[in-house]
Design a protein around this ligand. Structure first.
Ligand code: ADP
Ligand code: ADP
Ligand code: MG
Length: 454
């Protein structure tokens, strides 16, 4: 197996490969030669310089490395080339198994306008929205149909980029231009569309698994509403406080869509849930392993990477829907190298002390260690801390203790902020919406400034 990724997810994939007695080759950039993935992998091959365009995004270099090291499959992890349809196709053409869906699946779902159409024809509810909006003038017209507040979104978007909220007409022009520029630079595609913005909302998503024989199952739902700038920070499984009929509706919609497009391998169907009106709408499908997949693993007992590998080698799913039982509750916190006190700017540098908490119900997926240097070249995720227990309250308590006992020195992290958030009544009592984390960010900053003054 060739691993075309880095960081915690490369380590995560190596672990499952070794469990299954699969030999691994990890492709590393020059900056990553001493990483944990490099230490744990059976073989290591350098794929290029530190800059991602020359290494982790360099399809040709990766294919060449995979072929020269006699691999028969490539796991792309998440981010980088994982949702690149051309890369998946290139793998096929070189007789390398791409661990993921077909390039056609990726292409269809990678364009959110296309995805909305497919969801609609599968009978999945969509938020009020538009087709491609090519100019500000067009946008003004669409507003009449969609109404304020609205979101301008990039058709090729991902990772929360290219999204702008517009609450009144005076903001529309600027927001449209900014979103367009951001979409162009991030995705090389400035196509935008408009969706009605749901103010009091939760992000709920469904993990699906689908084999090459037409079998599709879901592994339950996750609540990923705790976000900063449309990026997830804390995730949990299952989503709580959901009326039964709506949960069923969301789960069925995810399976229906997955089936209708002949999707295969692991995927995630994302929904926005309107808390006031108790309605849900399709957002997008992520055609890859998700950052937050561990919370689902903890409540189902299923190793999702293992299932990905089995599916890719043409095996039939060994579970039917009835075999899937959701037991307990799991919470994940993303540990980032960033300064919560300084607008969450990244804080790369050397970790001089790394003492993670140890507890049998707390899992840590990480590539960090004592002395590791967090590189400025890549994103700031240092690891994911996952607690699980029978009840949500207990998982929160476990997480609190784990965060408080997690010692990292040398660089600043967001651990203090996470600890603050987990302790808030609104989080504990599940008054969770996509706005909550940013509200807590403000109260955290105020508290922090107060402490500095005193
Ligand atoms: P997921 O959808 O798996 O929960 P996110 O929504 O956080 O993950 O991110 C979506 C994708 O964008 C992921 O594949 C992740 O690797 C990538 N990503 C996340 N944060 C960043 C970042 N700061 N810079 C670049 N890519 C990112
Ligand atoms: P990305 O591809 O960047 O992940 P998504 O469409 O999944 O984009 O949206 C990212 C986040 O933006 C969601 O998790 C949610 O918080 C917010 N969001 C997206 N669409 C809406 C909407 N129509 N109403 C309210 N919030 C939304
Ligand atoms: Mg999304």
């Amino acid at each position: 197996m060739f691993i075309a990724n880095r960081g915690e997810i490369a380590v995560r994939i190596i672990k499952t490969c070794h469990k299954m007695n699969i030999e691994t080759v990890v492709g590393v950039s020059e900056a990553d030669k001493d990483t944990m993935a490099a230490k744990l992998s059976d073989h290591v091959i350098c794929i290029g310089p530190s800059t991602v365009s020359q290494s982790y995004l360099n399809s040709n270099a990766i294919i060449t490395a995979a072929l020269s090291s006699k691999c028969d499959a490539i796991h792309p992890g998440y981010g980088f080339l994982s949702e690149n349809a051309d890369f998946a196709k290139l793998c096929d053409e070189n007789n390398l198994i791409f661990i993921g869906p077909s390039s056609e699946n990726i292409r269809k779902m990678g364009n959110k306008l296309e995805a909305r159409k497919l969801a609609k024809s599968a009978g999945v509810p969509l938020a009020e929205g538009s087709e491609h909006v090519s100019s500000v003038n067009d946008a003004y017209e669409i507003v009449n149909k969609v109404g304020y507040p609205l979101l301008i979104k990039a058709a090729s978007g991902g990772g929360g980029r290219g999204i702008r909220i517009v609450r009144e007409e005076s903001e529309l022009k600027q927001a449209f231009e900014n979103a367009s520029a951001e979409a162009q630079s991030a995705f090389n595609d400035k196509k935008l569309y408009i969706e009605h913005y749901i103010d009091n909302a939760r992000h709920i998503e469904v993990q699906v698994l689908s084999d090459h024989h037409g079998n599709v199952i879901h592994l339950g739902d996750r609540d990923c509403s705790m976000q900063r700038r449309y990026q997830k920070v804390i995730e949990e499984a299952p989503a709580c406080n959901l009326p039964d009929n709506l949960r069923k509706g969301i789960l069925n919609s995810a399976v229906k869509l997955t089936k209708s497009i002949g999707y295969r391998n692991a995927g995630t169907v994302e929904f926005i849930y309107d808390v006031d009106l108790e309605r849900y709408f399709f957002l997008e499908m992520n055609t890859r392993l998700q950052v937050e997949h561990p919370v689902t693993e903890e409540v189902t007992g299923i190793d999702i990477v293992e299932e990905q590998l089995r599916i890719a080698s043409n095996e039939k799913l060994c579970y039917s829907q009835d075999d899937i039982k959701i037991l307990g509750h799991a919470i994940e916190c993303r540990i980032n190298a960033e300064s919560a006190a300084n607008g969450f700017r990244p804080t790369p540098g050397k970790i001089t002390k790394w003492m993670p908490p140890i507890h049998d119900r707390v899992r840590l997926d990480t590539h960090c260690y004592d002395g590791y240097v967090v590189s400025p070249y890549y994103d700031s995720l240092m690891g994911k801390l996952i607690s699980s227990s029978e009840k949500r309250d207990d998982s929160i308590n476990l997480m609190q203790n784990a965060l408080e006992g997690f010692i990292v020195e040398g660089i600043e992290t967001n651990i203090n902020f996470l600890s603050y958030v987990i302790n808030q009544d609104k989080f504990k009592n599940y008054f969770i919406t996509t706005q909550l984390l940013e509200d807590l960010e403000v109260s955290f900053a105020n508290k922090f400034n107060q402490e500095i003054k005193n």
